[in-house]
Design a protein around this ligand. Structure first.
Ligand code: PLP
Ligand code: SF4
Length: 334
């Protein structure tokens, strides 16, 4: 393992960045020069710590309240759950016509393309979902393409996860070319946190297949706080833009991290400087282990009113929640 103080991670490939990620809370705290009492954090959480170096480099040393740190640090507050927080809050186990495929909304299907992520976010509902089992193998991909080909109402395919950009570009390029053969498919949307977590993932081989596909590519990045956007991130997002990718962002409204109008406004402004349009601001899914991130709907509405008053309309993300059994995300009105 590369010593933590070493800056050589800056020249690593994305695969090397993944394999040199921090896995131990002790290492994270030592690197950040934080002396937190052991009663405040979990040494061996069920959903382990996972933080790659490029993301780590944006966390402020010595600040136990750093908004990036709080997204990755397993705290003992994860154990104090309220009853409404469950393991499968979206009831996703029941919308899978093919293994790895979710068809809940008209015109688009969502594929759990990969069960892995490049970071473990504490608020994520993936922490309990059996995504590893859902991850399609080659046969399952064929079955998915077949399902999509038989449904002319579908025009957009969404690669989600986990994080679909943890797949290699040989696989992704094959998926794009198989989808491009289906006449009614015009858009491929990729939901990924990798452009934020390890921007080097925007590699030449990724840009190659993106430039080659006739499909329109939309990438929804997942950024929760302006501190997640540094020069490296900006540089690699520019490469995506030059390859013709439409860039959108979704965030989750998280207590203690971005639950203020000031932070959301600054996030939108900074994203737009990097050619990214705000798309969704999600209310937290009520997943067990994450109740300390919850923002009440009253508080969310108050913040949202100030956000609307503080930004041009095109920089206001839609405040939404995912309600099981509905045909779209549910808009929350101010
Ligand atoms: C969120 C979601 C989508 C995408 O919805 P958009 O509103 O188009 O972003 C599609 N399928 C499922 C199952 C989803 O949860
Ligand atoms: S799915 Fe997204 S939010 Fe969840 S752990 Fe992966 S990157 Fe984080």
């Amino acid at each position: 393992m590369i010593p933590l103080s070493d800056q050589s991670w800056q020249h690593q490939s994305w695969q090397e960045s993944l394999s040199s990620s921090l896995l131990k809370v002790e290492d994270l705290l030592a690197y950040l020069e934080l002396d937190l009492p052991p009663s405040q954090w979990l040494e061996k959480p069920d959903f382990p710590l996972f933080v790659p170096r490029p993301y780590l480099s944006r966390i402020e040393k010595g600040n136990a309240k750093d908004p990036l740190l709080l997204q990755v640090l397993p705290l003992t507050s994860e154990l104090h759950d309220s009853q409404e927080f469950s393991k499968d809050p979206l009831n996703e186990s029941s919308f899978t016509p093919r293994k790895g495929l979710l068809h809940k909304y008209r015109g688009r299907v969502l594929i759990i393309a990969s069960g892995t992520c490049a970071i473990n976010c504490r608020y994520c509902f993936r922490r309990h979902f059996p995504y590893q089992e859902q991850q399609p193998d080659r046969n399952a991909w064929e079955a998915i393409f077949d399902y999509i080909a038989r449904q002319p109402s579908i025009s957009e395919v969404i690669l989600s996860g986990g994080d679909p950009l943890t797949l290699n570009d040989t696989r992704l390029s094959w998926i794009a070319s198989e989808l491009a053969k289906i006449p009614h498919i015009s858009r491929l949307r990729v939901h990924s946190r990798l452009p934020i977590v390890i921007p080097q993932r925007i590699s030449p081989s990724l840009l190659d297949w993106i430039e080659a596909t006739p499909l329109q590519i939309v990438m929804v990045i997942h950024c929760n706080h302006p501190n997640e956007l540094d020069e490296q991130v900006a540089l690699y997002l520019q490469k995506l833009r030059h390859a013709g990718v439409s860039l959108l962002n979704q965030s989750v409204l998280l207590a203690g991290i971005n639950d203020s109008a000031e932070v959301i406004i600054s996030l939108s402004e900074k994203l737009f400087e990097m050619d990214v349009l705000p798309y969704y601001l999600h209310m937290l899914d009520k997943v067990s282990g994450a109740s300390h991130f919850e923002v009440s709907s009253n508080a969310a509405r108050k913040i949202y009113q100030q956000v609307i008053a503080g930004l041009p309309g095109y920089l206001v993300p839609k405040l939404v929640m995912d309600r099981p059994g509905t045909g779209s995300k549910t808009l929350i009105l101010p």
